[in-house]
Design a protein around this ligand. Structure first.
Ligand code: NDP
Length: 396
């Protein structure tokens, strides 16, 4: 039905290619491009359909525009890094093609993510008659759709939202990150933030901890973090009084992280080393295990969901929507661990929504702005089935 251009051949890109390739009736042609063409070739070699591979430096708008014009895709899926969001959005704007990503823009020199840079494309995308779908991963992504689904079917008003993200898996390494180490460490070392009674409350990193009982996994120590979907959900879910995001971290991960921070290895400013400048966090990334390689011996599950508290027909209603994903099962299907899998599947489904015309518009959109029903149906069909627990609260 449609040709797509996927940019980025890392852990998540690999899953997106696998999942798109399974649906030739939707993704009739796939072009995979990345900075290192060898990685595209390796992914293509593991797929039982022909995939076209290309080299591109997506920081270079001209190169990306030329690639889009050469292949004429209906949609560009940006599965590279958050740094490439704006240059790829610029290229899509120039070439007049729809855009999708899984993470919001971050400038390279400041560890800060915010939607303001991407929302600023609203008028230009609208004028060009194209759309951008932002954050089509799991969190952000599926968590936003869970909120839209709860709002549509279960609540008159949602007052309290807790997004809870647990990885109870074990990859067997003393320290590794489940997605790009640079992006992951920047995210967890910045200040925490949540929204309460109409304002943002900032806290020191990892300074609020809570034991949360995760479905099918059990109680785990969880820490309050700032996460990008909070910013759009505060805008789009009406009547909210508080929204927070929690993620599990084991003692071993936190101890390693503390040491790396204390010795300066998580710095993102340039440091003079033997006559040239290096950025310690980028060097650290080079010596840590590649997240794409963690899948082989990964055991255990992820359990990610959203806990709601609000009002329906004048009565208080509490519930949770969640998905549980097994690392070993994901590896069997796509040679990837569950963190890459839970991000790559929703990227494919978001693309499918656009190509099938189920989600359409002109401008820049977050996931919760569209009808959640077809997306929720596809989660059940394509590898991320979800369940509801009635009465579930964050404290039990
Ligand atoms: P990886 O580091 O494994 O892969 C990133 C890929 O992008 C690599 O192939 C890399 O190329 C390529 N790339 C980087 N810079 C450029 C460039 N300038 N031009 C072209 N290609 C480039 O990351 P992941 O696969 O783990 O993560 C991918 C994205 O998914 C990230 O944005 C991450 O934040 C997001 N994510 C979202 C989640 C969600 O739930 N929403 C959860 C997890 C991740 P090279 O191989 O040459 O370095």
């Amino acid at each position: 039905m449609a040709k797509v251009l996927i940019i980025g051949a890392g852990g998540v890109g690999n899953v997106v290619v696998h999942k798109c390739a399974q649906l030739p009736q939707v993704f009739s042609e796939i072009v995979l491009a990345s900075r290192t063409i060898k990685k595209c070739q390796d992914i293509a070699a593991g797929i039982n359909r022909p995939i076209t591979v290309e080299q591109v430096d997506a920081d270079n708008v001209k190169q990306t525009v030329a690639l889009i014009r050469k292949h004429k895709p209906k949609l560009v899926l940006n599965i590279a890094l958050p740094y490439q969001d704006l240059p790829i959005m610029d290229a899509c704007l120039e070439a007049g093609v729809d855009y999708l990503d899984t993470a919001n823009y971050e400038p390279k020199d400041v560890a800060k993510f915010e939607y303001k840079w991407q929302w600023a494309y609203q008028d230009r995308y609208k004028a060009k008659g194209i759309m951008a779908l932002l954050g089509s991963g799991f969190d952000p992504g599926v968590t936003n759709v869970f909120c839209a689904y709860a709002q549509k079917h279960y609540y008159d008003e949602i007052h309290y939202v807790d997004i809870v993200d647990c990885n109870a898996g074990d990859h067997g390494h003393p320290f590794a990150t489940n997605f790009n180490p640079e992006i992951n460490i920047r995210e967890v070392t910045q200040k925490g933030k949540y929204w309460d009674s109409g304002k943002w409350v900032e806290i020191d990193p990892m300074s609020i901890r809570k034991d949360i009982d995760y479905p099918e996994v059990g109680p785990k120590a969880s820490y309050l973090l700032y996460h990008e979907e909070l910013e759009s959900l505060v805008k789009n879910i009406k009547g909210l009084k508080r929204i927070r995001f929690w993620m599990t971290f084991g003692e071993q991960y936190l101890t390693h992280l503390r040491v790396l921070q204390n010795v300066g290895m998580t710095r993102i400013d340039p440091v003079e080393y033997e006559g040239h400048k290096i950025i310690p966090l980028q060097f650290l990334k080079a010596v840590l295990p590649d997240p794409g390689s963690l899948g082989v011996n990964y055991k255990g599950k992820t359990s990610i969901g959203v806990i709601f508290d609000g009002v329906k027909d004048g009565k208080q209603k509490k519930m949770m929507i969640y998905n549980v994903c097994d690392h070993a099962e994901c590896y069997k299907e796509t040679k990837a661990q569950a963190v890459s899998y839970t991000t790559g599947v929703p990227a494919m489904i978001g693309a499918k929504m656009i190509l099938e015309g189920k989600w359409k518009g002109k401008g820049v959109f977050n996931m919760e702005q569209f009808d959640p029903d077809p997306f929720m149906a596809d989660l059940n069909l394509y590898g991320l089935p979800w369940k509801i627990i009635d009465g579930k609260t964050i404290d039990k």
